[in-house]
Write a protein that binds this ligand. Structure first.
Ligand SMILES: Cc1cc2nc3c(=O)[nH]c(=O)nc-3n(C[C@H](O)[C@H](O)[C@H](O)COP(=O)(O)OP(=O)(O)OC[C@H]3O[C@@H](n4cnc5c(N)ncnc54)[C@H](O)[C@@H]3O)c2cc1C
Length: 374
């Protein structure tokens, strides 16, 4: 997210430095696939990198259902008058596009292989201490944006963090089916956690959330056993599961800063909020934050970007989208991770009703694509 923000700030007239721990910012080993909304595509276009992302797969429709209960909903791009609801892409390709663009972006100092170890308040701003090639360096900035993926720096900066452990993990992989995907995604809610199948090139990207021990077993069992378990769990609406590439698992939880704005500091991306992948909102929300922060800094001109006026403006502008994104994701996980029969019936009615009320459906889809706004 730091790379997106830096790119959005290119040419703004301020001195911008990006400290990145990876030695080559355009190379990443994070081979997860990412579902990005149509709104994210628009921002990536404005950043000038959309056309450099390799083969994004459009999502024309999303089929939402629940295991063991009636009710389903079909959300389509056609209903909302867009070419696609979103796209599935490789995170590595997105990071490469961002990295290459940054090396050519005017006014950005790119400090690769720089591991930031310490941040602290200083009389004239924020002091930043980092290690690079075995040596230690220090610098000071009027504004610090922490976008380290939520690893460690937010706590050092004094953020108050709240978290909820769902006791779930996400098992991810790329799965081949007997039927072509037709650009349709599936989200199936089960009491153990949601399962998403996202059209990804000629196959599906799978995100299967399960209880922790079950997730460990799902990664360890032989392929045939895994495919059988997936078929049993997901059903046959996408066809027969034929093969799966390498499998990996990620911890999933909710972790967010009560306030992403601190003295001369902003937390961005997963450092501000790490969400359950249930609704594929994490990257999308973070990118909207990054874009808006850059816009606000630009509007403040060459004035102090770390000043309270600038940061308060950012906080109030982003509050609704941020809090509703956190609340929506958390409620979806909790409402659907429950097998009580009355709740199952209520969920079924909700899904069926969504299909019967086109205006409500359009509002919901619009919110998922472009975020919450007044
Ligand atoms: C299984 C799974 C599926 C997901 N699917 C989706 C999806 O479909 N759609 C969606 O929108 N979101 C999804 N997400 C969420 C999304 O991946 C994250 O929200 C997003 O990648 C966070 O980006 P970030 O830039 O904050 O963090 P990261 O991508 O983790 O980047 C952090 C960067 O900071 C650098 N760094 C870390 N520490 C330091 C340091 N001390 N000094 C210098 N540099 C440092 C790292 O090298 C890295 O480049 C998913 C998440 C998971 C777990």
């Amino acid at each position: 997210m730091g790379a997106s923000l830096a790119l959005a700030l290119s040419g703004c007239g301020l001195d911008v430095a990006l400290f990145e721990a990876r030695s080559d910012i355009a190379a990443s080993k994070d081979d997860r696939s990412l579902a990005v909304s149509y709104g994210t595509r628009l921002i990536l276009e404005r950043l000038g990198i959309w056309d450099s992302i390799e083969t994004p797969t459009p999502i024309a429709a999303i089929h939402v259902s629940q295991h063991g209960g009636y009710g389903r909903s079909l959300l389509t791009a056609e209903e909302v008058g867009l070419p696609a609801l979103g796209y599935v892409l490789r995170y590595t390709s997105l990071q490469r596009a961002l990295g290459v663009a940054l090396t050519k972006a005017p006014g950005i100092e790119l400090v690769s292989g720089a591991h930031v170890e310490q941040v602290a308040r200083a009389p004239d701003g924020i002091s930043i201490r980092y290690r690079r090639d075995g040596a230690s360096y220090a610098t000071t900035s009027r504004l610090l944006v922490i976008a380290d993926g939520g690893v460690s720096l937010a706590g050092q900066a004094g953020a108050i963090i709240k978290s909820r452990d769902y006791a779930q993990q996400a098992v991810v992989g790329v799965v081949e089916t007997s039927r072509p995907h037709g650009f349709r995604a599936y989200e199936r809610f089960t009491a153990d956690g949601p399962v998403a199948l996202l059209p990804f090139e000629s196959r599906y990207a799978l995100v299967w959330t399960a209880k922790q021990e079950a997730a460990a077993a799902l990664v360890a069992i032989p392929e045939a056993g895994f495919l059988g378990a997936l078929q049993e769990h997901f059903g046959d609406r996408a066809g027969r599961f034929v093969s799966i590439g390498s499998r990996a698992r990620f911890p999933v939880s909710l972790r967010y800063a009560v306030d992403p704005v601190l003295t001369r500091t902003v937390l961005l991306g997963n450092a501000a909020q790490a969400l359950h992948p249930i609704a594929g909102q994490g990257f999308n929300l973070g990118l909207r934050d990054a874009w808006e922060l850059a816009e606000i800094i630009r509007r403040h001109g060459r004035a102090d970007p770390g000043a309270t006026a600038c940061l308060s403006h950012y906080r109030s502008t982003r509050k609704l989208d941020r809090m509703s994104g956190i609340a929506l994701t958390d409620s979806l996980v909790r409402i659907f991770s429950n097998d009580l029969a009355p709740l199952r019936a209520l969920r079924g009615s909700g899904l069926a009703l969504l299909d019967l009320l086109p205006a409500a459906k359009r509002t919901f889809v619009h919110r998922m694509i472009f975020g919450g706004s007044l």
